[in-house]
Ligand binder design. Structure first.
Ligand code: GLU
Length: 402
């Protein structure tokens, strides 16, 4: 069945190249003994070589390091202790990248390895640096293989799962399409493992309510995701107008079939999301974790939503959370519906003192005035109702550096 995928990946823009981010799950890339599956990598390599020749640029986000490390170390099962998991990742990443390098080389492709942590997205400077590196590698037609830097990632700086990591990369490089290859054929109406009535969803809009319902929590032993994180990742990229395909990595020539729009799988259509928001706002929206909530009165909500105004202290009714100047906060209605996100000019302690006041009273209340607005409109992004299951990685982020 032909898919109704929007992007025309048949006709590559030869200058920029049509960009695909392909996330490959642990269960696809390792075999039942947890060893890296060279046959799978070989199949992917020949497909990607074909795609590259046709002007497509591919970035691979590959899981599998921990599983491969467990295999290499001769352990019977995935350890629980963090330091053991990190050691396994260190060992396994070598086997993984070695296998990719070998198979891609056979197909005439040069590979690069990029290991990333949440901090590389939440710090604006590091984000811009890594984005520039990705651009260079893409322009040089190098096949980039990305994984989380599991060996150094602690809870605070961890992205946590490669679905989210891959979505972050897709937004950073403005991918044309985001592909998640997993051990399932796609999204089902019910859990296909436990229900015989489960139907494959071929195509669905990212705002469709069904998506929230199908977010099953199925986990494989080594993968951290499950369908829930895949849907969350699809929502993340959809904000920038990028469609997602979830398909089986075991289907023969799946990437080539996706290119010809003739594949079995689920397409999550981005709808008409805002592809034109500035790069800085994209970064804010997708890569920093909100530190607090501001509950606003109806006047303030109207000013934000209808007139694209800045947020003034007078419209704030209640404040939740602890945050510093420059942190990302969420603006809510009194019923708890999120309407906007933005970088705040005041800390939570300061905001408590000035909420409900006119801007002219800030100086009297604090003894100084940073800015008349609590959030300037340039640092504010309005949110559609589909935002509720929001992403946000990189818990360490605080200051907007630019
Ligand atoms: N980074 C992990 C690994 O390579 C995988 C994380 C995930 O499954 O999402 O094993």
């Amino acid at each position: 069945m032909k898919s109704n995928l929007k992007v025309n990946i048949d006709k590559a823009d030869l200058k920029r190249g049509v960009r695909l981010v392909v996330k490959i799950g642990t269960s696809v890339i390792t075999n039942n003994k947890n060893a890296v599956c060279e046959k799978m990598i070989s199949a992917l390599a020949s497909q990607i070589a074909t795609l590259q020749k046709e002007g497509l640029k591919v970035i691979i986000v590959s899981s599998g390091a921990i599983a491969a490390g467990v295999h290499r170390m001769g352990w019977k099962q995935k350890p629980k202790k963090i330091s053991h998991l990190q050691a396994a990742a260190a060992v396994g990443q070598v086997s993984l990248v070695e296998a990719y390098e070998k198979e891609f080389k056979k197909n005439g492709l040069t590979t690069a390895q990029v290991l990333i942590t949440g901090e590389d997205f939440s710090s604006r400077k590091r984000y811009l640096n890594s984005r520039a590196t990705f651009e260079t590698l893409l322009n040089e037609n190098i096949l980039v293989i990305v994984n989380e830097n599991d060996t150094v990632s602690t809870d605070e700086i961890k992205v946590g799962d490669n679905d989210t990591l891959a979505a972050s990369i897709a937004t950073a490089i403005q991918a044309d399409l985001f592909v998640i290859l997993t051990d399932q054929k796609g999204l089902f109406t019910e859990n296909p493992v436990s229900s015989s009535r489960a139907d494959l969803i071929r195509s669905i809009d990212v705002d469709d309510d069904i998506l929230s319902k199908v977010a099953s929590k199925s986990h494989s032993e080594f993968g951290t995701g499950g369908m829930k994180t895949k849907i969350k990742a699809a929502r993340m990229v959809a904000r920038l107008g990028i469609d997602t395909i979830i398909a089986s990595g075991f289907e023969i020539d799946i990437l080539l079939k996706i290119k010809s729009k003739n594949f079995v799988g689920t397409t999550i259509l981005s709808g008409k999301k805002n592809k034109s928001i500035s790069a800085r706002k994209q970064w804010m929206l997708n890569h920093i974790k909100a530190k607090g909530k501001l509950y606003l009165d109806s006047g303030a909500i109207n000013a934000l939503v209808q007139y694209n105004k800045s947020l003034l202290p007078i419209g704030i009714v209640k404040i939740d959370g602890r945050f510093d100047r420059g942190d990302l906060v969420v603006c809510m209605t009194d019923e708890g519906v999120e309407v906007a996100r933005g970088l705040i000019n005041y800390s939570s302690l300061e905001a408590e003192k000035i909420s409900g006041l006119a801007s002219g009273q800030i100086e009297k209340a604090l003894g100084y005035m940073e800015e008349p607005e609590v959030i300037h409109k340039d640092n504010l992004i309005l949110i559609s109702s589909s935002f509720e299951d929001s992403n946000t990685i990189g818990a360490n982020s605080s200051k907007a550096e630019q």
